[in-house]
Design a protein around this ligand. Sequence first.
Ligand code: BES
Ligand code: ZN
Ligand code: ZN
Length: 500
Amino acid sequence: MPRISARKASEAKHQPSTITVFAHKKDKTWTLPGTDKATQQLVDNLKEDGLSFGDLKKGQLLRGVQLNGYKNLLVVGLDEGPALESIRRASAQTYALMRAHKIADADFHFDSLAKGVRRPEDAAQAATEGFLLAAYDFDVYKSKAKDDDAFAVKGMHLLTGKGTDRAMQNAIANGVALSECVNFTRSLGDEPGNKMTPPVLANEAAHAAKGTKLKVTVWDKARIKKEGMGGLYGVNLGGGPDCRFIIMEYNGAAKSRKPVVFVGKGLTFDSGGISIKPSQSMEEMKYDMCGGAAVIGTMLAIARLKLKVNAVGLVPSTENMPGPMANKPGDILTARNGKTVEVFNTDAEGRLILMDALSYASELKPAAIFDAATLTGAVVVALGNSYTGVFTRDKKLMKGIEDAAEISGEAVWPMPINDHHVSDMKGTFADLCNISSFRGAGSSTAAAFLEQFVEKGIPWAHFDIAGTAWAVGNRLNYCSRKGASGVMVRTFVELAKKYG
Ligand code: BES
Ligand code: ZN
Ligand code: ZN
């Protein structure tokens, strides 16, 4: 991973050959706050030559300009959208250009980057995130990757008026910790199903937690059965490796303080089971554990950032396979909270493993429960791959989520859930059925099903990340085009801060 640092312009221990300046569009003019006349002139020339601001957002490298001791000038235009997210994207774009032009390290002109941001530290953190998230690459299984890719971007230095400020250094350190946890979440998702099995996922969580204050407990199949988790145990009957229930605990506040609980779907491969999926794109179902991976990444980040909160992460994990002992349509399972469920479609398995995890979460009497799951194809129809769908009846909680997402830069959209959705999920011979008795609103009825396992009075929100957990690089330049996005880690960490 590249190294990020900050220093004052005057303390130039080492000056790289390239400086990046950031341009803002104001009406028809392009401004570069805090830079000198010579720089502005070079950028004005680009405009006179017919370059559009859209082109500038992709970045322009001016080689050999010899400016203030720098050989090269990189110019990157900032989006006109929310400031921190624009900074993340501009920083990611700079990383891509550095890679393409084999520039190992570059200074970032901080004043032109951070213009319009109230606290400079926030800009520093966002720039760090954009750069490190863009640097993620999952190439561990490419035997030739190391020789081909001898070039690596080594670092980025924020050139500021207050390079050595404590607040600035902390902001960079926080950005590094958060990005590393997001990238770790991505790598769990990108691992293929034959490598990333439930026992491996549990070991990864335990291993990553070493050296932090996190306590990791893993329940095996026998314990899961004994604990009455009929959904997780039931889905695992289809075959494949044994299931696991992963519990990650962090105590950063007084014992008396209620924890915030994060729950994530850890389905390491979803074949659909007996209600088997079509083979088209079935390989993508290795990503069905991305909610679980996000919860693991969130807990790691909370511990690394030493947040003053109590938090618990819960990940039910299994494969969904069509073996001889698999659930059959019509089978009835009993959840940990005693409710019974008819399995009419074995492909609606996410809710079956989450029902036990949410029941367990409720037993912890938490301040709030947030779950993330690649739960329904219907949410992809509704929102595509730009927005994560959020389901909660709690208006105050929804407001807090929208505020957190504004800071994190992750796009979320409120989705409906009401009593009609609940009645659509009533069973014939059991309390509930795992699919709706009516057509349509498949994401809302799925959410309504989950709600039946959250104890009344506990604030709860469900995040359906089926459209955003992977392959969103067509939307966001700091995500891979094909791989896992690590979505929800940044928003969940932001949400956790509210429970300190
Ligand atoms: N993991 C899938 C949901 C999914 C589909 C995620 C496509 C990402 C992309 C989930 O387990 C599932 O199969 N859901 C079914 C539910 C249906 C049978 C009620 C679906 O959405 O089709
Ligand atoms: Zn499924
Ligand atoms: Zn699934």
